[in-house]
Design a protein around this ligand. Structure first.
Ligand SMILES: Cc1cc2nc3c(=O)[nH]c(=O)nc-3n(C[C@H](O)[C@H](O)[C@H](O)COP(=O)(O)OP(=O)(O)OC[C@H]3O[C@@H](n4cnc5c(N)ncnc54)[C@H](O)[C@@H]3O)c2cc1C
Length: 260
């Protein structure tokens, strides 16, 4: 089962973003604002930066996740996001054998008897060929060429709050593939536990685009999902018309239930 855990984050990250944002306007020392700013003012400043698309102060709050048992297909998509740091299990130095060998099976294949049979057969053959090559003295870095793309891996990922917003916009969307979408929704759940003020208005791009043009209070992902608040944009960046966006959003979130 794919595991996504937030293991480190900037303490007081919400305050850090809010006070940093205020630095551009206030002549008072940083620590004065740090000590004096009330919690409600922290929320006001975060909301202001969000509405004005002034995200540079968000870069000061940083998050490290450990993602395990996802496929290399998924990490290949993940590492396309360049404003981040990554450390991944090496297939050159670590042998993918015994309990450390596994392949993520897409749900649509797992549910189709014949597709599952073909998938399992080829995975088994590929693994056996890998073992054989290692037995022959072939280096793991060369033997691994025979492994499927779905082979499991683990990766440490560090992103700041600005990049996370961008990443969530692209990868929580229903257009993103199911596995990275699951990882993105789980990462969002993790950061919501620690910094809800920074992430309650994050989500797929329908939410972020809505919040750039929206008048008054930003739209939170939870309110959009529950139907408590609606969209004002005519179409999302993926061209879904306003009335269908909530359905699309709920379809994107279903991955959390499907992979539980
Ligand atoms: C649904 C979906 C389908 C995709 N399909 C494909 C595909 O078929 N083929 C494919 O190759 N990729 C595909 N991608 C990957 C996509 O093209 C991006 O590489 C990936 O989403 C990272 O996005 P990004 O470049 O915006 O973000 P990041 O790398 O996270 O960067 C964040 C932002 O920083 C800025 N930035 C970063 N680096 C630079 C730079 N060098 N110059 C200028 N500005 C920069 C940009 O504003 C960028 O949006 C797909 C992505 C999605 C979500």
């Amino acid at each position: 089962m794919i595991s996504v855990k937030l293991i480190r984050y900037t303490p007081n990250g919400e305050r850090l973003v809010a006070v940093s944002a205020k630095q551009s306007l206030s002549r008072k020392p940083f620590m004065y604002q740090w000590d004096k700013m009330s919690d409600s003012e922290v929320e006001v400043w975060i909301k202001e930066t969000l509405k004005r698309n002034h995200f540079s102060p968000w870069e000061h709050s940083v998050y490290t996740f450990v993602i395990e048992n996802c496929s290399r297909v998924c990490t290949h998509q993940l590492i396309r996001h360049r404003i981040a740091s990554y450390t991944q299990l090496s297939q050159r130095f670590a042998r993918m054998t015994g309990e450390y060998f596994g392949v993520v099976k897409p749900p649509r294949i797992a549910l189709n008897k014949e597709a599952k049979r073909i998938f399992d057969k080829v995975v088994k053959e590929s693994y056996e060929a890998y073992l054989k090559l290692l037995d022959m003295g072939i280096a793991p870095e060369d033997a691994r060429y025979i492994l499927p793309q779905g082979v499991i891996t683990k990766i440490v990922v560090t992103m700041n709050a600005r990049e996370l917003h961008h990443f969530f916009g692209l990868r929580m969307c229903v257009k993103a593939q199911w596995e990275i979408r699951y990882v993105a929704w789980r990462m969002w759940q993790e950061v919501m536990k620690v910094h809800p003020l920074l992430f309650k208005w994050a989500g797929p791009r329908c939410i972020t685009v809505e919040n750039i043009s929206r008048k008054g209070e930003p739209l939170s992902l939870k309110d959009a999902l529950s139907g408590k608040a609606g969209f004002t944009i005519e179409r999302c960046p993926e061209n879904i018309p306003r009335e269908q966006i909530p359905i699309c959003l709920r379809n994107a979130a279903k991955i959390l239930e499907e992979l539980k």
